[in-house]
Write a protein that binds this ligand. Structure first.
Ligand code: CA
Length: 303
């Protein structure tokens, strides 16, 4: 009876550690936390005393080596900044990574409120890796390609993993707006939840953005010079972004957490939404130690 109880405890504990992703919070010099319950004036960016806005966390970050962990909730990242542009998420030149919680960290770009001409989802000129974000942009029917680009407007760079880009009132979505320099973003295992097919990107400079292992319910504008590989277009998916169209399994680049060839969409790749929770928190480490103790006691009883 005791051994059955121990086995039960072990089975309860071990699933916590199955998840494995490519980012590691311990690899950063500092992790800065943002929460809807935080405060920019009273917070210090620690997990227990987080900031309230993403911009405050970027301001507090070093020029490189830090990560910003954005807890579940909705955050305004409209960011009016220059030349009539709403940048969306912006690292303001810092090499800082952004980590969200699948389905629960929502970054909203409010084009129905902001009056600037152009709107982008991400405009970082520093190099950022971005994980598990749910981007929503309301374009308020801005009508031309450069007004509705995903990444712009120049010298934008980074890598985006397992994120959703949802457009609202966006009649002419384009991937990039290269006005003053190449936009070089790599997007892996993400979903483009659109209302219409994409149009060609504005080409003031070269298009070097890459879309890989991703999914859309409409089509990409594949003749615009950007690079598209192993994607599924005109697909259908449910409200949790499970893909309902065939062809998404084992057709991507890289690996899934189970070691098989990567699936397409947010449930594929090493940052699969299925692999969350990903980082052992202090309470989980205690549980692991308890689990090891139980195993040792169990083995001792058998000898
Ligand atoms: Ca697979």
């Amino acid at each position: 009876m005791m051994k059955i109880m121990m086995l039960f405890i072990i089975l309860l504990i071990f699933p916590v550690f199955i998840g494995a992703v490519s980012y590691n919070l311990n690899s950063y010099n500092k992790v800065i936390y943002v929460s809807t319950t935080g405060s920019d004036s009273l917070g210090n960016g620690s997990e227990g005393n987080p900031y309230a806005t993403v911009n405050k966390a970027v301001e507090a970050a070093a020029s490189s080596g830090d990560a910003i962990y954005i807890k579940p909730g909705e955050y305004d990242v409209t960011n009016s900044y220059s030349f009539g542009q709403n940048s969306g998420l912006n690292n303001f030149g810092k090499n800082v990574d952004f980590i969200g919680v699948p389905k629960e960290t929502v970054l909203y770009i409010h084009g129905e409120i902001a009056t600037d001409r152009d709107m982008h989802f991400y405009s970082g000129t520093g190099f950022s890796k971005i994980y598990n974000m749910f981007f929503i942009r309301n374009s308020n029917n801005r009508s031309t390609n450069y007004m509705n680009s995903f990444f712009g407007f120049g010298f934008v760079q980074g890598e985006i993993y397992n994120s959703v880009f949802k457009t609202i009132n966006c009649p002419a979505p384009s991937l990039t707006y290269n006005n003053s320099g190449a936009v070089s973003v790599k997007v892996y295992n993400s979903v483009f939840d659109l209302e219409t097919n994409m149009v060609n990107s504005y080409t003031g400079a070269s298009n070097t953005t890459q879309i890989i292992n991703s999914v859309s319910d409409y089509s990409f504008a594949i003749s615009d010079g950007n690079y598209y590989s192993n994607n599924l277009t005109n697909a259908s998916f449910d409200s949790n972004y499970n893909i309902l169209t065939s062809g998404w399994q084992n057709t991507g680049t890289g690996l899934d957490p189970d070691g098989s060839q990567a699936d397409l969409g947010v449930y594929g790749g090493l940052n699969s939404w299925n692999s969350f929770p990903t980082v052992p928190e202090a309470s989980n480490v205690l549980m692991m130690l308890l689990g090891m103790l139980v195993i040792m006691m169990s083995l001792k009883n058998q000898i």
